[in-house]
Design a protein around this ligand. Structure first.
Ligand SMILES: [Zn+2]
Length: 247
């Protein structure tokens, strides 16, 4: 099965491939047992990534459950260092994704993301920028000036050298709602122009963009959404036959 995966990946022509860890992981938990299980799970993903020669493992940093971000920062950084040390040969980056900002969240603003990355202090750590989570946590990107200001802030707080990939999703919920609900590209509160403006700015264009949208009748990410994004980037639409590789 591994061989089949590797062969299909090679044939797909995709620039990168990534694993997404389960949502139960919480490196900011005050509970020792949950912390150990979260570390164990991420180690497993990193080992799997090594076997599949994947580029990264994306995870959500979790929730401090009232203990406060500052109080949990060192625990999170220590846990991430431990994971990286346990899997020293994995080519995969350990990639922290920004969250939408619900109660007790960690990594729900660029400042927190930047502090997590700085505290781990490893070039094997990257950041995934999810556009829906960014919008839900209050960063507007619906005008050119807002895109400039938001990405300026990302550059200052995190740094584009840390950016590993983009999760491109529109938002079913309004700006600053702190709710994680993805919409198809151009059908949500962000709107199609936000994606056009993000591509136009160019600072996110050096990394792969992945979609996590509901698709038609909630059948999952589809070619239609990919082609909407490609149009925003000024790229020609892909043909149906090629869609298998990108799903
Ligand atoms: Zn995401």
């Amino acid at each position: 099965m591994r061989q089949t995966y590797l062969e299909n990946h090679a044939a797909s022509g995709l620039r990168g491939h990534y694993l997404h860890a389960v949502y139960l992981i919480n490196l900011a938990t005050p509970t020792e047992q949950l912390l150990r299980q979260s570390i164990g799970s991420l180690v497993h993903y990193m080992q799997l990534a090594e076997l599949l020669n994947a580029d990264g493992v994306v995870f959500h940093p979790g929730s401090h459950l009232g203990a406060g971000f500052d109080g949990m920062l060192e625990q999170m950084a220590g846990a991430m260092r431990e994971i990286l040390d346990t899997v020293p040969r994995s080519p995969a980056k350990l990639i922290v994704e920004n969250s939408a900002g619900s109660g007790g969240c960690v990594g729900c603003n660029f400042g927190q993301l930047g502090r997590i990355v700085a505290a781990v202090d490893s070039d094997r750590v990257g950041v995934c920028l999810d556009t829906q989570h960014m919008f839900a946590s209050g960063y507007d990107v619906r005008t050119r000036d807002q895109v400039t200001a938001t990405l300026d802030r990302f550059g200052e707080d995190v740094g584009f050298d840390r950016l590993a990939l983009v999760h491109a999703n529109d938002s079913r919920k309004p700006l600053g709602s702190n709710v994680d609900r993805h919409a198809n590209i151009g059908e949500g509160e962000m709107g199609i122009d936000a994606f056009r403006l993000l591509f136009e700015d160019g600072r996110l264009n050096g990394v792969p963009w992945l979609i996590e949208v509901p698709g038609e009748e909630h059948r999952g990410p589809d070619l239609d959404n990919i082609n909407r994004l490609r149009a925003c980037a000024g790229l020609p639409a892909r043909a149906v036959a090629e869609s298998v590789a990108v799903r």
